[in-house]
Design a protein around this ligand. Structure first.
Ligand code: C5P
Length: 232
């Protein structure tokens, strides 16, 4: 296997099958565009297990994803895609950068979810990107934008139901899409407590990466609780 990319939390390898990649989940946690960093034993395995459960659920609900199979506790086989350099973010409840940007409290439940894009670029700090700018720069077409927005809201409904059943509120999340060799857009990357905000429905306790970002306690305990609830 040849390593073709190493990100903050995952490594991507090419395989003998030229239309697939293997993604290896690391134990690294980062926040604030890599300013805060720690190795947290067990995080990679937990995120892989949680991502696996979610991608299987989405596939069962006819969402097209890169998921092929989970090989072991660390590695997932996926369809090869070229990542579209956009972070696609949905918010159901105010928190994080939204609360900061508009000077509002966290925890305001929105009547309808919001949709936003950030340009995936570490050097620029992943700036917010409006639709017209993504189209002007040729990152996506208008048709692709409409498809992404529609698909993302569908995924939001499926995720809200999935987490709702285990007594978690889906506050917000980030997803990424990629294009396969035939130009099909597939949901890619991961969906885990690293990329979603999850609050307990009754107590609002946080079960996501804010535990690390804000030094709220033991991240592994939080992620384990999410996986335990998923596994019933
Ligand atoms: O920080 P912000 O409030 O914009 O984050 C919104 C959602 O997107 C959160 O669930 C966060 O975990 C996720 N996110 C992410 N990767 C980033 C930025 C945000 O997974 N680079």
């Amino acid at each position: 296997m040849e390593k073709i990319y190493e990100g903050k939390a995952k490594e991507v390898y090419s395989t003998e099958n030229s239309s697939e990649y293997i993604i290896r989940y690391k134990d690294t946690a980062t926040a604030g565009n890599g300013e805060k960093r720690a190795d947290i034993l067990g995080k990679g395995e937990l995120n892989l297990a949680i991502t696996t459960a979610i991608f299987k659920m989405l596939e069962e609900n006819r969402v097209k994803t890169h998921y092929v199979e989970t090989i072991d506790e660390r590695q997932m086989r996926v369809k090869k895609v070229e990542i579209i350099p956009l972070e696609v973010i949905v918010r159901n409840i105010s928190a994080g950068s939204f609360a900061k940007r508009y000077g509002v409290e966290e925890g305001i439940t929105f009547e309808t979810p919001t949709f936003e894009l950030s340009y995936k670029n570490d050097d620029l700090g992943d700036p917010l990107m409006v639709e017209d700018h993504a189209i002007a720069l040729g990152i996506i077409t208008k048709e692709e934008y409409d498809y992404l927005k529609n698909e993302t809201f569908k995924i939001n409904e499926l995720l809200k139901e999935f987490f709702g059943k285990i007594n978690l509120k889906l506050v917000d999340f980030k997803i990424e899409y990629g294009k396969d060799e035939n130009g099909n857009i597939l949901l890619a990357d991961e969906i885990s407590p690293d990329t979603c905000r999850l609050w307990d429905k009754d107590t609002n306790q946080k079960y996501d990466k804010d535990i690390f970002r804000r030094d709220l306690g033991d991240l592994i305990e939080g992620y384990k609780e999410v996986l335990n609830r998923i596994n019933g």
